[in-house]
Each structure stands twice: as structure tokens, then as C-alpha cells.
Design a binder for this molecule. Structure first.
Ligand code: PXG
Length: 292
């Protein structure tokens, strides 16, 4: 593809962008990341994503070697040098090079890299038809162990869930927390609509505080509908009128089948459609311009 990647202050060709095998990101999954998008040359919710990145880093006592404003500039520059308009952006901060022991305090040279790449989009027919999801056996990490609010490089909990979903022939896995309440999908937050009211699990149910989730909550409020953060069971999903999942990559994806129970009429519901239209208008108009 010939991308230029930001790596520790320099733009380097992708095949030359390398980090050490002694970096604790490689040895232990020790680090944090973010996934963002640009739409038509504007980066959507850039500051919100950066804030989450710095909070994730603080939670694991990882010092990001760039000031917020420098990171912001580096992200914009990475999209710019690759001449991208619609892109997927990945920011990664690693713990840095250490030895073969867990101790993070000896790690030097935290690495920061930023990849801006072309988007792999789900086809429009997916959004019309909606996804089939299944509940997976692997429970979402306990908030008291590895809090799902931290967007760390340690994604095995989600990857195991993804494998289990795919083993069942579904594209997404619905994860429960240790108490059996709905937490989220492997890389998306979950919403349901019942009698024109919108519900989503609270962050303490073991979810990432998704940026798209926040945007959708605002959209729903502006539509004059009630939105409630509430613990949800699988029964709530089986018995709802509409269901959708949200994330930077998937945007707002209707869910039309949960554990073989058909949701609504088995296609994108009318309120989900309206929320998606408002979301589209937002991403088309808002965002931090790259080319100015
Ligand atoms: N839950 C989890 C566990 C996530 O990783 C979301 C919810 C949605 O959050 P945002 O802030 O994006 O609305 C995420 C985000 C990918 C990819 O490449 C995954 C995410 C974001 C971007 C790309 O699969 N996950």
C-alpha cells in the first residue's frame, strides 16, 4: 500500500516501521491504543479519542512521551502525508523496551506509532439486513481485574469471544459480565429499543465508554426519545423491538438476530434507521479538518 507511518517523531515507510521484540507491548501486551476515523478530510471526535487514550495510559501508569497537543498534531500529520480523506487511524503507545520480567518501571523508550490507512467498510447491504450475533461463553473481564474501560493492548478477552462467535457462524459475539448481565460486543457497545425507549448497559457493567456510544446517546436525546443506561439481560435483547451495536469501525450496525431469536422484523428497524441518518449528518459536518 506504500503508507507512511508515524513512528516516534518520524514519518517512515510502513515496511521500515518496526519496534523491538523486547518492547513489553510485544512481550506482555503492555500498552494502550485508540481507533479513530476521518470522514472527507475531517477527523471525527479527535479530542475525545485522545482524552480516552491519555486516561487509559494514566490508569496503567504509562507515561505518553508526547504532550496532548503534539499527539494531536502527529495524528493530523499522519492522515495528511498519506493524502487520505476517509481513513481509519490507529494510535498505539507501548510500554517500551525492558527485559524478560514484568516490571514496567525499567522500560525505556515508550514507542508511539500512528497508522492512517484506507477503510475496510461493511457493505451497505449489511446495514440493511443487520447482523446476527450470539452470546459467547467467555465473560468480559471483571472491572476489578482488567477494567474494560481501559483500551489496552491486551485484547485477548475480546479475541477469545470473537473466536467463539465465529465458531458458531456469527460475525459478532455478545459478551456478558461475570454476573450474567450484557456488557458489550467484542469491539462495539450494545443498544436496544423497546416501546420507543432506548437502553444501553452502563459502563460499570464492563464496557468501554465508547465514543460512538456517547454520540448516539446525544442523537437519541435530540430526537426527543428517552435513553437509559441500565443493566440488561439476554431476555431484554430477545424481547426488544430493535437492537444495534456501535463502534468507530462498524458505526451503527443493526442487529437482527440474537442467539437465533429474530429481532423485530428481522431487518433494520425504523428508529435505528433515523439514528443512523443523524449519525451520517454528524460525521459529514463535524470533525477536525486535516487539510487547512
Ligand atoms: N467496545 C470495545 C471493546 C471496543 O474495542 C468499542 C466498544 C466502541 O468504541 P468507540 O469509541 O469506537 O465507539 C470498541 C472500539 C477494530 C476497531 O479495528 C475496534 C474498535 C474501534 C475501532 C476499530 O476492530 N473498538
Amino acid at each position: 500500500m506504500g503508507l507512511l507511518v508515524y513512528l516516534n517523531g518520524k514519518m517512515v515507510p510502513e515496511e521500515e516501521a518496526k519496534i523491538s521484540i523486547f518492547d513489553h507491548a510485544v512481550l506482555y501486551g503492555d500498552g494502550v491504543f485508540e481507533g479513530l476515523r476521518s470522514y472527507n478530510g475531517k477527523i471525527f471526535k479527535l479530542d475525545e479519542h485522545l482524552e480516552r487514550l491519555y486516561i487509559s495510559a494514566k490508569a496503567i501508569m504509562l507515561k505518553i512521551p508526547l504532550e496532548f497537543s503534539e499527539m494531536r498534531k502527529a495524528v493530523i500529520e499522519t492522515v495528511k502525508v498519506n493524502n487520505l480523506k476517509d481513513s481509519y487511524i490507529r494510535i498505539v503507545v507501548t510500554r517500551g523496551i525492558g527485559d524478560l520480567g514484568l516490571d514496567p518501571t525499567i522500560c525505556k523508550n515508550q514507542s508511539v506509532f500512528i497508522i492512517a490507512s484506507k477503510l475496510q467498510l461493511y457493505s451497505e447491504s449489511f446495514y440493511e439486513k443487520g447482523l446476527e450475533i450470539v452470546t459467547v461463553p467467555t465473560r468480559r473481564n471483571l472491572c476489578e481485574s482488567l477494567n474494560p474501560a481501559i483500551k489496552s493492548l491486551n485484547y485477548l478477552n475480546n479475541i477469545l469471544a470473537k473466536i467463539e462467535a465465529m465458531n458458531c457462524g456469527a460475525m459478532e459475539g455478545l459478551m456478558l459480565n461475570n454476573e450474567g448481565y450484557i456488557s458489550e460486543c467484542t469491539g462495539e457497545n450494545v443498544f436496544i429499543i423497546k416501546k420507543k425507549k432506548v437502553f444501553t448497559p452502563p459502563v460499570y457493567a464492563g464496557t468501554l465508554p465508547g465514543i460512538t456510544r456517547e454520540v448516539v446517546i446525544e442523537i437519541v436525546k435530540n430526537m426527543g426519545l428517552e435513553v437509559k443506561e441500565m443493566l440488561l439481560t439476554r431476555y431484554d435483547l430477545y424481547s426488544c423491538d430493535e437492537c444495534f451495536i456501535t463502534g468507530t469501525a462498524a458505526e451503527i450496525m443493526p442487529v437482527t438476530c440474537v442467539d437465533k431469536r429474530i429481532i423485530g422484523e428481522g431487518k433494520q428497524g425504523p428508529i435505528t434507521k433515523k439514528i443512523r441518518e443523524s449519525f451520517r449528518r454528524l460525521v459529514d459536518t463535524e470533525g477536525v479538518p486535516v487539510y487547512e
